[in-house]
Design a protein. Structure first.
Length: 181
């Protein structure tokens, strides 16, 4: 209930339009003519110009694919260095194996399959899978076979040896992948 204030009369000074229009001190046509006279044509046939000035993107699809693997490898290295739980380890290894499997399928019959980085990734995938399986079997068997038993191949030392080997392989592979050209 009640009345609303008269807003139109209070803010009428804001609605006034200015009648002055500013004009540019130059015309667009004149500027275009001046620019055409000053600019040199692009020497697209000169390789130095194309490589230096235009800077073509030199990264290949293979390098882009391996860059995503580098991120996963660095996560795995942190996981191995901090001795994180087996669940996180297996999740990272699974992600790594999937990415390397994609690279293997994508570049199997291409020149990239001859690269050192390609063979390192394939070998790393196999070792990561083997280490993850070994660690899971050790976890499953610890309730049934004591660590001190002669029949137990899943000792702490064996697990640590496999993890250390994987860590070294991960570090070496990261180095190879970061130095791709």
């Amino acid at each position: 209930m009640g009345t609303l204030p008269d807003i139109d009369s209070e803010f009428s000074y804001l609605k006034k339009e200015t009648t002055e229009k500013s004009s540019a001190p130059f015309s667009i046509q004149e500027l275009d003519k001046q620019n055409e006279q000053q600019l040199k044509p692009i020497p697209r046939d000169d390789e130095n110009y194309v490589d230096i000035i235009i800077k073509k993107d030199k990264t290949t699809k293979y390098i882009n694919d391996t860059n995503s693997v580098i991120i996963i490898l660095e996560k795995l290295r942190v996981c191995l260095n901090t001795n994180q739980d087996i669940q996180k380890f297996n999740a990272i290894v699974s992600n790594l194996i999937d990415n390397i499997d994609y690279i293997e399928r994508e570049y199997r019959d291409k020149p990239e399959s001859n690269y050192l980085s390609y063979s390192r990734l394939i070998n790393l995938s196999l070792e990561a899978r083997e280490t993850a399986n070994f660690r899971m079997k050790a976890l499953n068997s610890q309730n049934y076979i004591p660590y001190t038993s002669k029949n137990n191949i899943y000792t702490k030392e064996a697990i640590e040896t496999k993890l250390e080997s994987l860590l070294n392989n991960v570090s070496d592979t990261i180095f190879v992948l970061k130095n791709l050209e």
